[in-house]
Ligand binder design. Sequence first.
Ligand code: FO1
Length: 324
Amino acid sequence: MSKTSINHKQKILAITGGVGGAKLALGLSKVLTEDELLFAVNTGDDFEHLGLHISPDIDSLTYALAEENNQELGWGRQGETWQFIESLDALGGESWFRLGDKDMALHTHRTQLLNSGATLTEATSAITSAMQISHTVAPMTDAPVRTIVHSDQGDLAFQHYFVREQCQPAVTGFSFNGLTEAKLNPAIEAWLEGCTGIVICPSNPYVSVDPLLKLDGFAERLRNLPVVAISPIVGGIAIKGPAAKMMAELNVPASAQAVAEHYKHHYPGLMNGFVVDKTDAIEAATITNGLKIPTIVTNSIMVTLQDRVDLAHATLGFLRDLAP
Ligand code: FO1
């Protein structure tokens, strides 16, 4: 895939978390060089497990950018074997969080780097470099931030909700332990100097995007930049993950429009543009005229690599049109 030679310098920040966001991230990485694009990643899903520091959203993005991600599962690495986790299970260990044999190398290496004093940013850089990823994958912060899911089965750590309980509990809300004390990753702060646009990838607004936007006044720092979000909801369903179920439980319609309303309500003035799938073309007019957020319609269901690249081009073209 040839890199598009943009006639003027672009410096894009892409906000991503989870599997849906990682799909567009790969498309963006094919269009923009490492000097034009930086990824800011949610770390609220992180947790300590089996003595390991697990960073699922960093890993989903890393494997996606390395084109090593497991397309069937959506998470983890392709071509996996499961000897470790099955042996652990046989020993009576905790096997509900499926750790593949190759994936285990990444978790143990990261944990060893962190235990030897590296920051999460440094550990992530060591791993992405080793996997020949040229773009920067920046954790939103190096401080510990942990998403807590409030539900009808009590307060749950994110992975307990998402994997152990398989998203069954009905959610009533979310909180982010450690968020108020956490500082924005300096690498992200530095990138904002001269940044020409922000892409909010099609990630879960509540648990993948909100932690980032609420961190250290980050949303305020984006005020005078063109910001475009791609809806993670298409035709009333989330392409991947529990976003639609969460919305239903929060008495919010599972629609692209409701995602736009979420961002407008919580971050007034932040969103300059919204991208919906052609399935939801009818909502585009309502979002544009009702919410006063210019909205474009395109194909946002990414099956092939070309779909990912096409959505990246459509989003970047929209950002350029919105730039002052
Ligand atoms: N998701 C699952 O639904 N089941 C799993 O067993 C599982 C294991 C896993 C291991 C490593 C990793 O990086 C991610 C893993 N995920 C698993 C996905 C993960 O829970 C989610 O991708 C994010 O936390 C939500 O975006």
